[in-house]
Structure formats: structure tokens, C-alpha cells
Ligand binder design. Structure first.
Ligand code: SAH
Ligand code: MG
Length: 209
């Protein structure tokens, strides 16, 4: 985290629930790639502002961002979270339950692309999307989000800078190429209104018109 990010996080009181989640993730040897505290607060704020009732997360890990999203849910709202690893989804479910959202979250285990196709077959629609899974599929996830969006839905996507690789012309691996394509798509797609922030590891925000 940058010194500026640390400064801003220090303005807020500690959040024992989310700290416990981060500590558990570390103890369990899971990747320490959950969103940063202030970033999580932004997610809560955005879900709240949008009035979203149906939220879809792609990439649950240990449930850190899931708790942040769930905290912003409108009355009666719920979160669907897609996760490849069964063990991670179990940890996330436990953390959401401990945070008081156990009855408002459901996990779909497996390839997110399969779960997205299944959600479409079920006729599911969402008001808010948080894209934060495998980077190679970011362009696909964007298309799926637009397809499953209610009018006015919000799309947020993490890691659009790939720790600088996105803007390094010497880096041209599959993730980098996919994220560059995703960034161009979200910036130019006529169906979206969007903006990008270089904060943290890069954050893209869009609204489906
Ligand atoms: N959003 C989380 C962090 C997610 S890390 C947070 O901030 O708290 C990315 C997650 O995406 C990992 O848990 C990984 O297992 C999952 N993932 C990777 N590839 C995936 C795929 N193809 N389908 C579904 N989930 C995937
Ligand atoms: Mg991320």
C-alpha cells in the first residue's frame, strides 16, 4: 500500500470483522490479494448509492470484498458470488456468516463462465457487478455483466493496472493483453458510461445505460 493509502486508512477506526478476515486468510495460507480497507469502503458506498438489491461478485477468495458489498445492500437484497475454488468459497461463506450476512449470500463454485451461463438460463439479473477473478476472462466478464444487467446497473472491476504491467509495453502476456482489451472496451462501449481510477491496482467503474 502507498503511504497515501495508509494515511487515508488511518483516518478510519479499525474494523475488527474485516481484520479478522485478513488474519484468517493469512493463517490459512490463501493469497493475500483482498481489496484494501478503503477500497472496500468504496464498494460499500457504491452499492449503497446505487440502491442495488442483486449484487454479483466474480472472485470471492475469503469473502473480504463480499462483506463490503453485502454491507451496502438495500433491504431484502442479496449477493451471489462466483468462485472457482470450493475451499475458498467455504472460507468466504464462513466469513460472511460471521459478519451477519450468511442468509443473504450464495456461492456458485466452478468456472465463473459456466456459472454466468447458468445464471442467464435462470433469468437472473443484477444491479451491481464486482469483477475480480482471473484476468484473462475480463473481456468475457464485461460482456456477461452487460448481458445480465438491469438498466442502470453498476460495474466495478479491480486490478486494471496489473501492478504496472498494463502500462509496460514490454509486458504482453495473456492477462496483460486481456486487461488492456477490457480497459479499451469499458472506456469505449456505447452501452456504458464509465470512468477509471489509478488508485490501488486500478479500478474501472461503469454504469449500464
Ligand atoms: N474479491 C476478493 C479477491 C478475489 S481474488 C476480495 O477482494 O476479497 C480472485 C479470486 O478469483 C480467487 O479466489 C480465485 O480462486 C478466483 N478465480 C480465479 N479464476 C476463476 C474462475 N475462472 N472462475 C471463478 N473464480 C475464479
Ligand atoms: Mg483484485
Amino acid at each position: 500500500m502507498t503511504v497515501e493509502e495508509q494515511y487515508m486508512d488511518a483516518l478510519y477506526p479499525e474494523d475488527p470483522v474485516l481484520e479478522r478476515v485478513k488474519a484468517n486468510i493469512r493463517e490459512l495460507g490463501m493469497p493475500e490479494i483482498s481489496v484494501a480497507p478503503n477500497y472496500g469502503r468504496l464498494l460499500t458506498l457504491l452499492v449503497n448509492l446505487s440502491g442495488a438489491r442483486q449484487v454479483l461478485e466474480i472472485g470471492a477468495l475469503g469473502g473480504y470484498s463480499g462483506i463490503c458489498l453485502a454491507r451496502g445492500l438495500a433491504e431484502g437484497g442479496s449477493l451471489v458470488s462466483l468462485e472457482l475454488e470450493e475451499g475458498y468459497a467455504a472460507v468466504a461463506k464462513r466469513h460472511l456468516t460471521e459478519a451477519g450476512f450468511g442468509d443473504r449470500v450464495s456461492y456458485r463454485i466452478g468456472e465463473a463462465l459456466d456459472s454466468l451461463a447458468q445464471l442467464e438460463r435462470e433469468g437472473a439479473k443484477f444491479d451491481f457487478f464486482f469483477i475480480d477473478a482471473d484476468k484473462e476472462n475480463y473481456p468475457n466478464y464485461l460482456e456477461w455483466a452487460i448481458r445480465l444487467a438491469n438498466p442502470g446497473a453498476v460495474i466495478a472491476a479491480d486490478n486494471t493496472l496489473l501492478r504496472g504491467r498494463t502500462v509496460n509495453p514490454d509486458k504482453n502476456g495473456p492477462s496483460v493483453l486481456a486487461v488492456r482489451r477490457f480497459n479499451e472496451q469499458i472506456a469505449q462501449d456505447e452501452r456504458l458510461q464509465s470512468a477509471m481510477l489509478p488508485a490501488y491496482d486500478g479500478l474501472a467503474l461503469a454504469m449500464v445505460k
